[in-house]
Design a protein around this ligand. Sequence first.
Ligand SMILES: Cc1ncc(COP(=O)(O)O)c(C=O)c1O
Length: 380
Amino acid sequence: MTEQSFNTKIVHNNISQQNVGKSKSTPIYQTSAFTFKDLDHVESYYAGDVPYLYTRENNPNTNELGQAVAQLEGAPAGVASSSGISAIMAGIFSVVEAGDHIVAAEDLYGGTQQLITKQLSSFGIEYTIVDFSSEKAIKEAIQPNTKLLYTESITNPFLRVENIEQLVNIAKEHNLKTMVDNTFATPYLLQPYTQGVDLVAHSATKYIGGHSDVTSGVVVGHEELINKANQKVVGLGTNLSPFEAWLTQRGLKTLALRMKQQSENANAVAGQLQQSEDIKQVYYPQNVSENGHGAIVTIELAHHVNVDTFFKSLDWIKIVPTLAGVETTVSYPIATSHRALTDEERQTVGINEYVVRISIGIEEAQDIISQLLKAVQTAK
Ligand SMILES: Cc1ncc(COP(=O)(O)O)c(C=O)c1O
């Protein structure tokens, strides 16, 4: 080896490029690209014989996350991306192009609704938003250029459990694809792909990651569609960083434990809050799966309760515009997740200034209940 000067040595300091031994946890491949020994070696990437070239195209950590979620959902393929929204976008783009039409549920996460109505429409993708609890409404919305039916397995924030069987049947009748956001349910509770859904998306920022320390997304489904979704992630540059993929996958390992505890807690919290005269309505489904019914409880406070005082009276339950961490948190849909909707759109789905979404954590259920009831009591 030729003698190197300081300035050369300093950048060629990868002492070992080998993964010494078999590390228990997958190493973080925090690299933007991979090295090649000669030009034939470069060509062998394009021939499919070498797996990695450039991290925006693929990387061991992001691949592993996509495959891990696909496996849990019972799907053959999956791709990770920079956020839930970008995973949803990649999935939708794998089915539709300019001039095509989507029929989407009216009670989606506000950001997804905006993606469809504001962003995708600017690419020439048409849409109709309807009440998916009505089979008739879905069927009537289908047009000759419709390609995709889009919904959430458990909707945000009112937790309507989608009738997947009905949806898949409508899609089959009309030769359409289906896509379901399974963020609230997670594969621990529901696996829509195994029920015939073509594409399943996750904001992995939520329960898949589980610790509120990462923003990421995954879409899983048939190989052919996921290949197309992957081309969108690569081509639009919405890839996930290796470290974020690694963090998400670390969180994923405890998904079952977290969801079990959080669902049990949520069931107990919903039951207790239903007893309170200061809470007008408690939304918590009872028909999700034998593993539980999810960890979100949405309430509409009675209209004599001062909402501002309710939020201020919470102590360790923080106001956080996300969900699914191990800590119980509250959010205010009208001000955050559904802020971008018009008043009319919010009214249609029932979001008003008394609606509070509670993301139940892994704490002791009784502590969560006491704190929520104390805040309601103080605010009435
Ligand atoms: C059900 C659902 N889907 C998708 C998203 C978007 O995910 P992200 O914020 O990771 O892009 C969210 C975010 O809150 C969500 O609640």
